[in-house]
Structure formats: structure tokens, C-alpha cells
Ligand binder design. Structure first.
Ligand code: SF4
Length: 247
């Protein structure tokens, strides 16, 4: 059966191991509502382009490889920004769940509307929120948008749903890695009970060439990548607040 909902997709990774628990089919959607200075997938930002897929095609692919998912894996919708296409993602997730497949969304959490709220609070089995910065001004500096409050509103909504979620945090030397900022992150989420994992994402420049291909300047060219010591130091601060910190 073909469902009428379609998704605009940038690319699909069949056996992803970095975007959620276990082995996953990872679907990168085309289009993002913000523009992070360090975006490693800058080619997914434009809302034009991408390839339209009926959601039934994605369900079929997931069913075909279900044997590889094991007890933990499943499907992750990443981007770009999945919440731009929340309505179709809801339909997709319900179909996947009816086939016993775990669903996960990797989001910047900054689009608040009826569909995104439904997806975040009622539908997705897991949500991974990217926290760009813990201060309003830092968030705007990195993303170019004043959408800080929207992110924390959606995280609160997920917490209230009492379903698990992960927080992901890119550790950018000189931007997000001070003890003060990390402490603030920990304190902000002190009373949250449904954070299943805090994931430190080391800053890297593997996507720099994509900015150049798009004819744009990569503005973090002079920001160094993290040392192992910096990652460990951040982990130690965050472990005071979160039960399961990985870095
Ligand atoms: S939210 Fe993700 S896809 Fe969008 S600009 Fe930022 S890093 Fe890139």
C-alpha cells in the first residue's frame, strides 16, 4: 500500500551506529530551519533539493533490514531538521511501530507546532535533542536564530511525557566547553528524570569541505578540535549531574 505522505530526503544510511541505540537505518532529511556555524552536513540545510520518498518505501527498507536491528536498533530520522516534516514523520513512525520497529528522532528542537509537539511528546520512542548552547546569546551566535526558548520548551514537553530522551552537546573549544557553561547545563536539567543519556559530541571539521562546495565560508576554520583531555574534563563536570554520560 502506498501512503500519501512523502518525505524530502537527503540521503539514507543503512547500518548507522552513531545516531541512536544499536544498528539503525538512518534517514537524513533535506532542509534545516537554522544554520549552525559548524554544521557538518551543510548540504542538508537548503530546503530546496532532496528526493521525495513515499513513507511506505522507508517502511519497506526498514522491514527488509529488521533482522540487523537486534533488540536495540531501529530507525532514526535525522537531518537537516526532521521537525520541518513532522506530519509525515508521525505517519512514518506509527507505521514502523506497527511493525515492531523502534523509532528515534535527532532534532534541534526549535520548531514548535501541533505536529512537532505530537511527535515529541506522544509518538517517537526516543528523541535526541541537540543542545547548541546553554545561553540565549550563545545559541543565537551559533545558530543565527533566536529559537532558544523553543528548544527548551520542547525538551520540557518530552520530560513531561515521561518518555526517554537523550541530550547531545557538541563540545566546541572556546564556545561551549567552559566549566561554567557545562555546570549551567547540569544545573538546568537537575530535576529532569527521563534523560537516558548525555552524549558529548566531539567537535570536528570533517564537513568543512561541504561549505566550500556550497560556495560559503566555513567560519569555524580556526577553531581547534578537542583534545582527549578536554573531553574527559567535560565528562567529569557533567557526570556530577547526569547518570549516563558518554563522550
Ligand atoms: S541543526 Fe543540524 S543540520 Fe541544522 S544547521 Fe545545525 S547542525 Fe546543521
Amino acid at each position: 500500500m502506498i501512503y500519501k505522505e512523502t518525505l524530502k530526503i537527503h540521503s539514507i544510511e543503512s547500518f548507522g551506529t552513531h545516531d541512536g541505540p544499536g544498528v539503525r537505518l538512518v534517514v537524513f532529511l533535506q532542509g534545516c530551519n537554522i544554520k549552525c556555524l559548524y554544521c557538518q552536513n551543510a548540504d542538508t540545510i537548503p530546503t530546496t533539493g532532496g528526493t521525495e520518498y513515499h513513507i511506505s518505501e522507508i517502511v519497506q527498507r526498514a522491514v527488509n533490514q529488521k533482522g540487523y536491528f537486534g533488540s536495540k536498533g531501529g530507525v532514526t530520522i535525522s537531518g537537516g531538521e526532521p521537525l520541518l516534516q513532522s506530519k509525515a514523520v508521525i505517519e512514518l513512525f506509527k507505521l514502523l511501530q506497527s511493525k515492531g520497529i523502534h523509532t528515534n528522532i535527532d532534532t534541534n528542537g526549535t520548531i514548535v507546532n501541533t505536529y512537532s509537539k505530537e511527535l515529541i511528546s506522544n509518538v517517537a520512542d526516543l528523541v535526541m535533542f541537540d543542545i547548541k548552547h546553554i545561553t540565549e546569546s550563545g545559541f543565537e551566535q551559533i545558530t543565527g536564530k533566536q529559537l532558544y526558548k523553543q528548544l527548551f520548551e520542547l525538551i520540557r514537553l518530552r520530560e513531561e511525557s515521561e518518555k526517554p530522551f537523550w541530550l547531545r552537546y557538541v563540545l566546541i573549544p572556546g564556545y561551549t566547553d567552559s566549566v561554567e557553561q557545562l555546570t549551567k547545563v547540569g544545573e538546568y536539567f537537575n530535576d529532569y528524570k527521563n534523560i537516558a543519556r548525555f552524549q558529548i559530541l566531539p567537535y570536528h571539521k570533517l564537513g568543512q569541505y561541504k561549505w566550500e562546495q556550497l560556495g560559503e565560508k566555513y567560519r569555524f576554520a580556526n577553531v581547534p578540535e578537542n583534545t582527549a583531555e578536554q573531553i574527559n574534563a567535560a565528562k567529569q563536570v557533567l557526570e556530577r549531574y547526569f547518570d549516563f554520560v558518554v563522550g
